[in-house]
Write a protein that binds this ligand. Structure first.
Ligand code: NI
Length: 205
């Protein structure tokens, strides 16, 4: 049922296609392939990870067992989509009130080169005091992004700088770290609460 809420996100994907040609070292799979996998549930989503949080501490998926995880991939210099979705996640936690203690919001950077732990420490508190920011080596980040079926690729800018194209789904994982479904970019805090709250009160979940 959760997956049904995703269809509104399809249009956003189509805008990614023209910029892919600019990517010098493309990921192994295209954005369209990854979208298909996610939309039609063709492969498992999620899995173990070992990364570093904004305080410089090693964190793994096991640290969050017993809590629902809201997992979001993005980068701190993203101009609009990431901040909007992270704000919605923060607001959803506020709306959940005391129940929010059983939900762990996690932001995983797809730009580890620039998003160091120190940088994440300045960024994540802007959205919610409980938001955990994770970074790692390029290989560690690629591994977890592949597991979550996240597409991301560097896009060179004219001034020699770069941006990062990325898919922006918000993944909801259960208390055992299993994938429940995803929210498309632009999902409201109210909608997240509607889906998350029953999960918090359901026995065993
Ligand atoms: Ni973004």
């Amino acid at each position: 049922m959760l997956r049904a809420i995703a269809y509104a996100g399809v249009g956003l994907w189509l805008t990614l296609a023209p910029v892919l040609a600019a990517e010098p070292a493309p990921p192994t799979r295209s954005a369209a392939e990854i979208m298909d996998i996610l939309m039609w549930n063709r492969e498992p989503v999620g899995g173990p990870f070992a990364l570093t949080d904004q305080a410089g501490h090693a964190r793994t998926n096991e640290d969050f067992r017993g809590k629902l995880m809201l997992v979001y991939f993005g980068f701190t210099t993203c101009p609009d989509v990431c901040p909007t979705d992270l704000q919605a996640i923060g607001l959803a936690l506020d709306k959940l009130g005391p129940d929010a203690g059983n939900v762990q919001p996690i932001f995983i950077t797809v730009d580890p080169e620039r998003d160091t732990a120190e940088h994440l420490a300045e960024y994540v508190p802007l959205f919610h005091p409980r938001l955990i920011g994770l970074t790692g080596s390029a290989a560690e980040v690629r591994k977890v992004a592949d597991a979550y079926k996240v597409y991301y690729a560097k896009v060179p800018l004219k001034d020699g700088d770069y941006s990062v194209d990325h898919t922006a789904y918000i993944y909801l994982m259960d208390r055992d770290g299993n994938y429940l479904g995803f929210f498309p970019p632009g999902t409201s805090a109210e909608r997240m609460v509607e889906i998350i709250r029953p999960r918090l009160t359901a026995p065993g979940r």
